[in-house]
Write a protein that binds this ligand. Structure first.
Ligand code: NAD
Length: 250
């Protein structure tokens, strides 16, 4: 028996082959969920969905576009009749120092990480409210809690701290409708988000700050997402769960 048997889940930014979203999609599917992978490119989203097996869906959706989020949710409700789980995973980062952040950097990082989390949540909330159930899982970061110092710049820390505030405010407002909202704060996880900009020096420095002395695996984050998406966490809302190998113990 799977922990998500009969559940329908949307995961944004889940086309990246080594990413946290794809690993989460795979684990959710193994636990019986039907998945919609949303990402920028339709072909990549569909290919990622096909990798999970038959019956999963891949859709193009830029989460910074409110109308696109609403359209994706509408299409899925038409097909599924319900939406049980939303994982707001789409995110970008940039390794900039404070004084190098230009307006376009600020906009790009804030828009995908924070605006996208709001817009995609707004797209599914009416359906979850009508069902009187739902679980929203947002990807924040240890950068939000400790003020960066991993890879992303201060604008990334600010966006992910915004995600934490939004997660908690949504938890409070949605609790009466039995919709839970929780955040995951990953530490350093080996994916392609660093886009080849991670130098060997940076890597040594990062590992030195991790008591478990290894980068996290995408599956480490997926396991936490499964817990928060499933009824195992039925009384958890507004929480931030650390998946960081001990790099921030607080
Ligand atoms: P990744 O780069 O492997 O995947 C991110 C995905 O988001 C990509 O498929 C990309 O196409 C998609 N995306 C980008 N902009 C989008 C948009 N506007 N609309 C829809 N999709 C979009 O990244 P990852 O490492 O798997 O990160 C996943 C999430 O976890 C992000 O929110 C990231 O900030 C967060 N996170 C990652 C780490 C880490 O160490 N990898 C640590 C903390 C938090």
């Amino acid at each position: 028996m799977g922990l998500l048997d009969g559940k329908f889940a949307i995961i944004t930014g889940a086309a990246s082959p080594r990413g946290l979203g794809k690993a989460t999609a795979r684990l959710f599917a193994e636990h019986g969920a039907t998945i919609a992978i949303l990402d920028l490119d339709a072909g990549q989203a569909q290919a990622a969905a096909a990798d999970l097996g038959a019956g999963h869906v891949g859709l193009a959706c830029n989460v910074t576009d409110k109308a696109a989020c609403a359209a994706a949710a509408r299409a899925l409700v038409a097909q599924w009749g319900r939406i049980d789980i939303l994982v707001n995973n789409a995110g970008i980062t940039q390794p900039l120092k404070l004084m190098d952040i230009e307006p376009q950097n600020y906009d790009a990082v804030m828009d995908v990480n924070l605006r996208g989390t709001l817009f995609m949540s707004q797209a599914v909330i009416p359906t979850m409210r009508a069902q009187k159930s739902g679980s929203i899982v947002n990807l924040s970061s240890v950068s939000a809690q400790r003020g960066g110092g991993i890879f992303g710049g201060p604008h990334y820390s600010a966006a992910k701290a915004g995600v934490l505030g939004l997660t908690k405010a949504m938890a409070r407002e949605l609790a009466p409708d039995n919709i839970r909202s929780n955040a995951i704060c990953p530490g350093f996880i080996a994916t392609d988000i660093t886009g080849g900009m991670l130098t060997p020096d940076m890597m040594v420095q990062i590992l030195a700050g991790i008591p478990m002395a290894r980068a996290g695996e995408a599956s480490d984050v997926a396991g936490c997402a499964l817990f928060l998406a499933s009824d195992l966490s039925a009384y958890c809302t507004g929480t931030e769960v650390d998946v960081n190998g001990g790099s921030l113990i607080h």
